[in-house]
Design a protein around this ligand. Structure first.
Ligand code: NAD
Ligand code: ZN
Length: 347
């Protein structure tokens, strides 16, 4: 396949600045990288945070965002052993890890101190061709539907690992805050597949989709006066695991109130400048855990793709042209998307 010199991308030069649909050079892979011709890219709320400049860690500028890209390998660097031209490959949030820092050595690659992040510290997937480190790129099974696989690369992976960190047993209650969003829509399905009882919390416009995904109980946070009391009533004492995927500090500060004694609260959503305040007496009385979760490892990525291939989780997607990324961000900010928005990199 011939590789063009230029391609379409969406980039911005300053935070909150125009999202320009424009021509940029096609990147060349280094010795350890692969070049992927992307078909689809999921749009994560983290991409919106990156555009807004919500977080203290700086992005590169100008930036091409995106970190859920699925496509076909069209070139490989001279040192690449694990991919060949024609393979299907995915680009994740973690584009490269150093393999040598304290955390990489312990197998905790999501904490790598020298990681490159797609669509944040290196150019991401809102372009037609992207380079990715071959070690961290995901192997996508042949014949997979690339629009459906794309959001598994961050949303699916992050939801899966967060559920592991909730440390639940079969039959226990798992409250999923933001259950109708990109991450939450996968979390509901993974939780069900793992044998947990799901209380899904989101706005009413997403209730049907969430129930279809298998939630046992749905609570519309916009209509519920006392969420903590309601969850405690339903679960007879609080949810064993509470995972926050919403972009709301308030939801987190309420969420830690309905964790069951000895249960676990998992932080995933990252609203700008968010702070959790909790009562020390509650901590001592209930001895519950507060932890956080960041994306997932390569091994967990394989698990996620296997769940998908076996039909245990489905991707709830709405497809838009890449050229309309700004419209997707607008809808995301207003919580109007159902599940995950995916962009077609060729429209
Ligand atoms: P999303 O916009 O698709 O989903 C957020 C959902 O939360 C929406 O369905 C929305 O309706 C719902 N919501 C809003 N306010 C709520 C409230 N008060 N109570 C309950 N639900 C509420 O976002 P996403 O792409 O799923 O990402 C969610 C968050 O997770 C973002 O902050 C993102 O940056 C973060 N994230 C973290 C990691 C990680 O590794 N920790 C990875 C990916 C994304
Ligand atoms: Zn993401």
């Amino acid at each position: 396949m011939s590789i063009p010199k230029t391609q379409k991308a969406v980039l911005f030069r300053e935070h909150n600045g125009p999202l320009l649909y424009t021509d940029v050079p096609v990147p060349e892979p280094s010795d350890t990288e692969i070049l992927i011709r992307l078909s689809y890219s999921g749009v994560c709320h983290s991409d919106l945070h990156a555009w807004r400049g919500d977080w203290p860690d700086p992005t590169i500028l100008p930036l091409i965002g995106g970190h859920e890209g699925a496509g076909e390998v069209v070139a490989i660097g001279s040192a690449v052993k694990n991919f060949k031209v024609g393979d299907l490959a995915g680009v994740k949030w973690i584009n490269r890890t150093c393999l040598t820092c304290e955390y990489c050595l312990r197998g905790e690659e999501t904490c790598c101190m020298n990681q490159d992040i797609s669509g944040y510290t290196v150019q991401g997937t809102f372009q037609q061709y992207v380079v990715a480190d071959a070690i961290q790129a995901a192997k996508i099974p042949p014949g997979a539907d690339l629009a459906e696989v794309a959001p598994l690369l961050c949303a699916g992976l992050t939801a899966y690992k967060a559920l592991k960190k909730a440390n639940l047993q079969q039959g226990e209650w798992c409250a999923i805050i933001g259950a109708g969003g990109g991450l939450g829509s996968y979390a509901v399905q993974f939780a069900k597949a793992m044998g947990f009882r799901v209380i899904a919390i989101d706005a009413g416009n997403k209730s049907q989709m969430i129930k279809d995904l298998g939630a046992e109980v749905f609570i519309d946070f916009t209509q519920c006066d006392d969420l903590a009391k309601e969850v405690e009533r339903i679960t007879d004492g609080g949810a064993h695991g509470v995972i926050n995927f919403s972009v709301s500090s308030k939801a987190m500060n309420v969420g830690i109130k309905y964790v069951r004694t000895l249960g676990t609260f998992v932080i995933v959503g990252m609203p700008a400048n968010a702070v959790i305040e909790s009562n020390v007496g509650d901590h001592v009385n209930k001895q519950f855990n507060i932890t956080a979760s960041s994306v997932g490892t390569r091994a967990q990525m394989e698990d996620v793709l296997s769940f998908y291939s076996r039909g245990l989780v489905k991707s709830k997607i709405q497809v838009f042209p890449l050229s309309q990324l700004s419209k997707v961000y607008e809808m995301m900010e207003k919580n109007k998307l159902q599940g995950r928005a995916v962009v077609d990199n060729w429209r």
